[in-house]
Design a protein around this ligand. Structure first.
Ligand code: SF4
Length: 380
C-alpha cells in the first residue's frame, strides 16, 4: 500500500504554500521522516526551459523555496537545481534559473541553487534495466544525501502525464537527454527508460506543484490550467497515478505508470493507493484538456528509430578555422572526450555525451554544434 497526500492550495503565496506543504507532509510522518540535520538535500525541480512561471512549464519558485525553507528549518542544507531539456542545456540552464524565477526568490531567502551541467558527471549502472543499462548522472545529484523530486503537474505528448517519475530525466546533463529518444523510441519504450532512471536515482520524497498545471500539448506547448493542488508521496509512481486521476487521465494509459508495479518500482493499483487529505473529486478541474499519444503508439519501432536518428541529436564538432587552441574545451569536458594534440582538437564521438559544455566555454568559434532539425527548433 502506498500513501499519497493531496491538499488544496489556491495561491502561490509563500506562507499559504508552506502551510499546505506542512498539511500534505503530516500524514507521511512529516518532512523530518525524510530529512535529517546536516544532510545536503537536493530539490530536483522541473526546469524545462527559460520561461516565466505563469506559463506553467516549470516548478513554481514559491513551491521550491517554501520546501527548501522547511528543509533548512530542520537543520539540513537545501539546494535547488535542474538541467534544461532540449539541445542547448549548458548555459541555458543558468538563464532558466533566472527566468523561471527560481534564482531570484532563492537568493532572497538565502537558498543555494545549482545547474547540473556545471557539477561534473558520473556513469551509473542501472540494475535490472529495461532499456538503459548505464546512465550519465550529474554529480550535483549523486553528491546529495537526499533527493526530493519537485515536479510540475503537466500533460506530456508521449507519456501522457509528466510528474515525479519523468522529473528524474533531468538528472542527466545537457543534450545527453536527447539520446534517450534515440535509445528508447516511442511512448512505451520511453516510459520504461524513464523508470530505469527513476529507480536508479530514486528520490526519497516527491512533492508535486499542481496549483497551476499545464493542459493540452505538454510538457512545453500546453496551456496553463488552474488546479489548486499540491501532492506528496514517497512513491513517485503512486503520486503520478493520483495526479493522473485528478485531471481525468486514465493512469493505465500513462507509460511511466503502467509497467511500474510489474517491475517492482512503484504502486499503480488504485485499490493499493491510499489518498489522504482533500478529495480528488472535489479538486478535479472541469474540462482539463488531456493529450493523446495514439499516433506515436501506433508507429512501429523501426520507423521511430529512423525518425529519432534523423531528428533528435546535437553533436559538437571542431571548427579548425575558428580555433585558437585555447584548451578550454579539453578542460571542461566531463567525460574526457576531447584531446588536443599536434594542433588538432579531436572529439571522440563514442565517449561524448553531448552536454555541449565545450561549445559554451570556447572563447572563440573553435567548437560548433551540428544539430538535427528538431534540435534546431528546440534551440530556437
Ligand atoms: S565533447 Fe565533452 S564537453 Fe563537448 S559535448 Fe561532448 S561530452 Fe560535452
Amino acid at each position: 500500500m502506498s500513501r499519497v497526500a493531496l491538499v488544496k492550495c489556491r495561491e502561490y503565496d509563500l506562507e499559504q504554500v508552506t502551510q499546505a506543504l506542512v498539511r500534505a507532509l503530516e500524514p507521511l510522518g512529516g518532512l523530518g521522516q525524510f530529512v535529517k540535520p546536516g544532510q545536503r538535500v537536493l530539490l530536483k525541480i522541473n526546469m524545462l526551459r527559460p520561461t516565466p512561471p505563469e506559463t506553467a512549464t516549470t516548478t513554481h519558485p514559491v513551491v521550491a523555496v517554501a520546501l527548501a525553507r522547511m528543509v533548512r528549518d530542520l537543520g539540513a542544507v537545501p539546494v535547488i537545481g535542474d538541467s534544461c531539456g532540449g539541445a542547448k542545456a549548458y548555459g541555458q540552464s543558468e538563464r532558466a534559473l533566472e527566468e523561471c524565477g527560481i534564482a531570484p526568490l532563492a537568493r532572497e531567502h538565502g537558498i543555494e541553487t545549482i545547474v547540473f551541467e556545471t557539477a561534473g558527471v558520473e556513469r551509473v549502472k542501472v540494475e535490472n534495466a529495461a532499456f538503459l543499462h548505464e546512465i550519465v548522472v550529474s554529480k550535483a545529484v549523486l553528491d546529495a544525501d537526499v533527493v526530493i523530486s519537485v515536479p510540475k503537474l503537466k500533460t506530456h505528448v508521449e507519456t501522457l502525464i509528466t510528474g515525479a517519475v519523468k522529473n528524474m530525466f533531468g538528472v542527466m546533463p545537457g543534450a545527453y537527454k536527447l539520446n534517450l529518444h534515440r535509445r528508447a523510441p516511442g511512448p512505451v519504450n520511453l516510459g520504461h527508460a524513464l523508470l530505469d532512471i527513476y529507480k536508479t536515482v530514486k528520490p526519497a520524497l516527491c512533492v508535486m506543484d499542481g496549483i497551476l498545471a499545464m493542459e493540452g500539448s505538454g510538457p512545453s506547448w500546453g496551456k496553463p490550467k488552474f488546479v489548486g493542488a499540491l501532492l506528496a508521496s514517497a512513491d513517485g509512481v503512486a503520486l503520478d497515478h493520483t495526479a493522473a486521476r485528478l485531471v481525468g487521465q486514465d493512469p493505465t494509459q500513462v507509460t511511466t505508470i503502467a509497467p511500474a508495479k510489474e517491475r517492482g518500482i512503484g504502486e499503480n493499483d488504485t485499490a493499493a493507493i491510499e489518498v489522504v487529505g482533500d478529495s480528488i473529486d472535489e479538486l478535479r478541474p472541469a474540462d482539463f484538456a488531456l493529450t493523446s499519444n495514439a499516433v506515436m503508439r501506433a508507429a512501429p519501432n523501426f520507423l521511430l528509430n529512423i525518425l529519432n536518428n534523423h531528428f533528435f541529436w546535437v553533436r559538437p564538432r571542431w571548427n579548425q578555422s575558428g580555433c585558437e587552441l585555447a584548451g578550454e574545451c579539453e578542460k571542461v569536458c566531463p567525460v574526457d572526450a576531447i584531446t588536443i594534440a599536434n594542433n588538432r582538437v579531436t572529439i571522440d564521438k563514442k565517449t561524448c555525451i553531448q552536454c555541449t559544455a565545450c561549445y559554451m566555454v570556447c572563447p572563440n568559434d573553435g567548437i560548433l554544434l551540428k544539430k538535427s532539425i528538431i534540435a534546431k527548433i528546440l534551440s530556437a
